[in-house]
Design a protein around this ligand. Structure first.
Ligand code: S3P
Length: 752
């Protein structure tokens, strides 16, 4: 594809000639006129009356019925936009042949690109360099010049399918023209365009026309139309589209459309059988998958989970200085447990009900992956999820790569499970995840006999071959990592014999606890955990407590902001996760645990935090794995403490969603803190000791790392001016309602 440089939007083209002044052609004319994007607009209409109407409506400056008549006037820089029904394009090209002045660009708006290229070859023998096939993904069921609007293309996509023969200057001109009317331009090969459009546009039109026609033939049709409610109306709107245009599209894109129809027909037949046989499981499977996909349908087209959208959205936090946090807060469900509830619930026999599920992008990526592997999962609705377990051997091959977005936990834990399946899988992730190390899981899996391929340098994607017999291993982890431990144990479910892991320091043990909760025996002996393959998981009920990692932002907020007093409700305080409480307490934080209880095998408490002056400490190394995700927030606390805080033994922080040591050091320095990174930690000179501001204002980059973003938002409580935090969209991976809760509690956080 040519490199499309961005050009000036004003005066994007010379003259615009619109051949076919209907909705599509007329709207380009109106939009370009409104944007002063061209010198003159000439309309070409088959019927004189249409031309006169277009002039009267101010759509074109003048109109003719014969294209040949105006061709001699054209000059380099002018554009001819052919906006006629697909099968008429060739006749228009024939009129241009041998008469087109040099430097004039020809483009079109047809919904099928293969037939336009074929038409060009029929007329010119080759694809001429001035032809830029294009397709605006806009329009409506309305047609004709009276439906034309100057804003039709704003924020709509235009697909250009330039060929090797197309000259870059012509493609650039057409790109400028569409951008001038507010559209977003992308390029694609011709065949890909036609296949994608067959599935996403042409098939739905076939079905809508067909359904309305079926009902219209029915003897009772009056009644049917009279009582047809929203469903019929919504579903069949496009059956009011222009018949000629759609007949042409069907004929022009025959093969791709037939393929889509066949696929759809076979799915419809299975739905029919399910209805006939009362197969409610099948119906729930189709409907829940379809609902999830429809809710995020752009992702579905790429056969990806929904996570990707978040990165595409640019979100900036503007954290205004000052304030305190007060009140009773319930932060969202634990991320680690939410992932595991979906995984184990899917592999269990029976129906698992989950409460308190974190509806964040990471856990949703796991949920989507299991749906893609055929598991029926209802919800989430207000944190409730119902999982129809398929048993350890009931997963099915997904339709494409499993895209897990930003989520390292999804990728590493899934790798273990997938190594034991009969089918091949590919795991992919977003830009940040694609830089993270995966050999830490690929290596032990290979020792177990799995065939796992990574990308360059052991990075994603992970390609996992199915159908390999796994053997049990005794694995001593080279680093303290719950993800690696869990990956090996989950693979162990499928291995022959007893698989064990031995960790260098205690890490979160939710996998071990939850497996036991599902009735799977796990032996635990100090740093060693082991299980034997070949057992089964029994469905149950899971109550996911609030995530201590999310609660930490408010623990730090209350600790650093004078006047604060918060109660964080129902927080998981598993002893492998409570490092932040211990570290903050050692710094002098006023934290009390109230109403301690056990819920579903996990200790839970309400955590009360009141403002207290903090002091710098040497962070005990044994606390590091127990607070691994909390350090960005703890660094903010350290900046507000009196004296120096030294962290060592935390090199794992460098391979999280970002290099958290560097990212925090860079940001803290911008805000006026002396923060020196070391290979395995950081040294922070705290500026506490009084209640005056600790941080200056400034602009910091979270590097798309949720925890860095939220930490700097908390810092604003003790800042002297605004802190502007870039790339905050991924806060939704773990804490989708962070900003609302923060504002409700008394922080002054603006989201842009
Ligand atoms: C997690 C383990 C930790 C943690 C991550 C979640 C888990 O990673 O940082 O956010 O759910 O197992 P490592 O195990 O790689 O340290």
């Amino acid at each position: 594809m040519p490199d499309l440089g961005k050009g000036a939007k004003q005066g994007a083209v010379g003259r615009l000639v619109v051949v076919g002044i209907g909705l599509i052609g007329g709207s380009l004319a109106l939009g370009l006129r409104a944007a002063s994007g061209c010198r003159e607009i000439i309309g070409v209409a088959r019927r004189a009356q249409t031309g006169e109407q277009a002039v009267a409506l101010g759509v074109v400056d003048r109109a003719v019925t014969d294209l040949a008549e105006i061709l001699p006037e054209l000059e380099a820089g002018d554009v001819i936009f052919v906006a006629v029904p697909t099968l008429t394009v060739e006749a228009v090209f024939a009129q241009l042949k041998g008469r087109l002045p040099g430097g004039v660009t020809v483009t079109d708006g047809a919904s099928v690109k293969g037939s336009v290229v074929a038409a060009a070859k029929n007329v010119w023998g080759v694809v001429p360099e001035f032809l830029v096939p294009g397709h605006p993904i806009a329009g409506s069921e309305q047609s004709g010049v009276t439906a034309a609007r100057d804003d039709l293309y704003i924020a709509h996509r235009i697909i250009l399918t330039p060929l090797a023969e197309t000259a870059v200057e012509h493609t650039q001109r057409i790109q400028r023209m569409w951008e001038a009317v507010g559209a977003e331009v992308l390029t694609m090969p011709v065949e890909e365009h036609d296949e994608v459009l067959a599935a996403t546009s042409h098939l739905p039109h076939v079905i809508a026309f067909g359904l309305v026609d079926t009902l219209a033939h029915d003897a009772e049709n009056e009644n049917i139309f009279r009582y047809a409610a929203g469903g019929f109306r919504d579903f069949t709107r496009i059956a009011s589209s222009d018949p000629v245009m759609w007949r042409d599209i069907m004929l022009a894109n025959r093969d791709a459309i037939l393929q889509s129809i066949d696929l759809y027909t076979s799915n419809l037949n299975s739905l029919r059988s399910a209805i006939a046989s009362g197969d409610s499981e099948h119906l729930m499977g189709v409907f829940t998958r379809a609902k999830a996909a429809r809710d995020h349908f752009t992702k579905m087209l790429a056969k990806k989970a929904y996570t990707e959208t978040m990165e595409a959205n640019e979100v900036t936090f503007i954290a205004h200085p000052g304030g305190a946090v007060n009140g009773e807060l319930r932060v969202p469900g634990d991320k680690s447990m939410s992932h595991r509830s979906i995984m184990l619930g899917s592999l269990a026999e029976g129906i698992t009900e989950v409460e308190g599920f974190l509806e964040g992008e990471d856990a949703l990526a796991t949920l989507q992956s299991f749906r893609d592997m055929g598991v029926v999962i209802e919800g989430p609705v207000n944190g409730r999820v119902t999982i129809h377990g398929v048993g350890l051997h009931g997963l099915q091959a997904p339709p494409g790569p499993l895209y897990v977005g930003n989520s390292g936990t999804s990728m590493r834990l899934l790798a273990g499970l997938l190594a034991g399946q009969a089918f091949d899988t590919v795991l992919t992730g977003d830009e940040s995840l694609s830089k993270r190390p995966m050999n830490r899981v690929a290596n032990p899996l290979r020792e177990m006999g799995a065939v796992v391929e990574t990308g360059e340098d052991g990075r994603p994607p992970l390609k996992i071959k199915g159908g390999n017999k796994l053997r049990a291993i005794d694995y001593t982890l080279p680093m303290a990592s719950a993800q690696v431990k869990s990956c090996v144990l989950l693979a162990g479910l499928y291995a022959e014999g007893e698989t064990s892991t031995t960790e260098p320091a205690p890490t979160r043990d939710h996998t071990e606890r939850m497996l036991a909760g599902f009735g799977y025996e796990v032996q635990r002996d100090g740093p060693r955990a082991s299980l034997s393959g070949g057992g089964k998981l029994t469905a149950g009920h899971i109550d996911v407590p609030a995530d201590i990692s999310s609660a930490t932002f408010y623990m730090v907020a209350a600790s650093i902001a004078p006047g604060s007093d918060v109660l964080l409700q129902h927080v998981g305080i598993n002893p492998t996760r409570d490092g932040a409480i211990n570290i903050l307490r050692e710094m002098g934080a006023d934290i009390t645990l109230e109403n301690q209880r056990e819920v579903g095998g996990e200790p839970v408490a309400d955590i009360r935090v009141r403002y207290a002056p903090l002091k710098g400490i040497q962070v005990p190394e044994d606390q590091v794995p127990l607070a691994i995700d909390e350090f960005p927030a703890i660094f903010v606390a350290a900046s507000c403490a009196e004296g120096e805080t030294v962290l060592t033994g935390a090199e794992e922080l460098r391979v999280k969603e970002s290099d958290r040591i560097q990212a925090m050091a860079d940001g803290l320095k911008i805000l006026g803190i002396d923060a020196e990174p070391t290979p395995d930690g950081i040294v922070i000179q705290g500026k506490g000791g009084s209640e005056s501001p600790v941080f200056g204002g400034g602009e910091v980059d979270s590097l798309g790392d949720h925890r860095i973003a939220m930490s700097f938002a908390v810092a604003a409580l003790r800042a002297g001016a605004d802190i502007r935090i870039q790339h905050c969209a991924n806060v939704a991976t773990s804490f989708p309602n962070f900003a609302e809760l923060a504002t409700g509690a008394g922080m002054n956080l603006e989201v842009r």
